[in-house]
Design a protein around this ligand. Sequence first.
Ligand SMILES: NC(=O)c1ccc[n+]([C@@H]2O[C@H](COP(=O)([O-])OP(=O)(O)OC[C@H]3O[C@@H](n4cnc5c(N)ncnc54)[C@H](O)[C@@H]3O)[C@@H](O)[C@H]2O)c1
Length: 251
Amino acid sequence: MPRLENKIALITGAGGGFGRAMAEEFARQGAHVFICDRDEASADETAQAIANEGGAAAPVRADVRDKGDVASLLSRVEKDFGRLDVLVNNAGITQREDFRHISDEHWQEILDVNLTAAMRLSRDALGLLRVSGRSSITNISSIMARVHVRQLSAYSTTKAALAGMSRAMAVEYAAFNVRVNYLCPGYAETAMTDRILRNEAVRKGLIDRTPLGRFASPGDIAKAALFLASDEAAFITGEGLTIDGGMSVSL
Ligand SMILES: NC(=O)c1ccc[n+]([C@@H]2O[C@H](COP(=O)([O-])OP(=O)(O)OC[C@H]3O[C@@H](n4cnc5c(N)ncnc54)[C@H](O)[C@@H]3O)[C@@H](O)[C@H]2O)c1
């Protein structure tokens, strides 16, 4: 039996990378998936790929930083289904700079996308998540919530904050039967890491430091997100799951 049969799911940043892999996996498992992305063409592509496999998906162009876009997105879910079973806050950005050179603008931008948007969507979606009676939120954090990589201070800060926010929400939202967890992926090959992983020496160094000897695939992240969204994880809340092939526990 499909593991998300008849569930209504909303994934941000689902036009590419992990978000697209999660959307495809959720749809394969019977969910109707709202594909949110600020890039309309890529949201359409994900929805089309799902439709081609016989799944159900609706692309919605929305910038998660924009209060109006988020309100319209939730109105659309309410109008179409009147409830939400699975929310994945996945949209994220990164930029590299030394901590001592971070500009106020970059700091604010990365907080707005990676953290504040997840707070706003999780707060404003509660009404729809409560209707479900058995719903979940998964925030996409990173191993950089736990370990630091040079020049990613602002990024690491948002990912650590997402972990803390997930725990806070888990405690409060339990009263509404909404579970809240977070994933901490290691390095994967997506548009986000394209530039850095084009460097052969960097690639080799990272793979050598990973006990399982490869990068994560978007599919690895999708499988973990599927588990947390499914009823198999019915008693798991406030938890973070690391998916990094052992990198962060190996010296
Ligand atoms: N790739 C990795 O190695 C890695 C590792 C750990 C965690 N992560 C996290 O996983 C998540 C997904 O990363 P990815 O590698 O798939 O990235 P990606 O760049 O491949 O995809 C991100 C998607 O989010 C969308 N997006 C960006 N800003 C948005 C906004 N303001 N509103 C709506 N959509 C927006 C982009 O258009 C894009 O489709 C991010 O939160 C990232 O921090 C990635």
